[in-house]
Write a protein that binds this ligand. Structure first.
Ligand code: SF4
Ligand code: SF4
Length: 123
């Protein structure tokens, strides 16, 4: 698989570039996370059909999920800290695996950088 996934600062990366991504931590659960992966840049693919009000463009003109001033994706349900358009979420979000290397990286990063945003609960 060589799909672009959620990436910091709009940098496209590949699942194939992470040799440890097949290692999944089964103790990690989205239900006990403040959706920290939803602060990453999500590049939209042609087949994605997300509501127009949640679509923006990055500095290169690529269609991306828009983000709010707090840094989270504009489609996030802030009350439940989960995706507010789950059935219509972009393909990149569908591929972002709970407990994967990228997931663990984001959780670790935000756990130790609380000043970047609102206080996070990454249990
Ligand atoms: S960072 Fe991982 S655990 Fe947290 S919401 Fe995203 S996929 Fe789920
Ligand atoms: S579309 Fe949903 S899953 Fe994807 S980043 Fe936005 S809130 Fe998170």
């Amino acid at each position: 698989m060589n799909a672009r996934i959620k990436s910091p600062a709009g940098t496209a990366v590949s699942y194939a570039s992470r040799p440890d991504d097949h290692v999944v931590d089964r103790t990690v659960s989205c239900s006990r996370c403040d959706a920290v992966c939803c602060r990453l840049t999500v590049v939209l693919l042609p087949a994605d059909d997300v509501p127009a009000q949640f679509v923006g463009h990055d500095e290169r003109g690529l269609r991306v999920m828009a983000r709010g001033a707090d840094g989270w994706c504009s489609a996030l349900d802030h009350e439940r800290m989960c995706c507010g358009i789950y059935e219509q979420r972009p393909s990149i979000c569908r591929k972002f695996a709970m407990g994967s290397a990228y997931c663990r990286d984001e959780r670790a990063k935000y756990m130790f950088e609380p000043a970047k945003g609102i206080p996070l609960r990454v249990i």
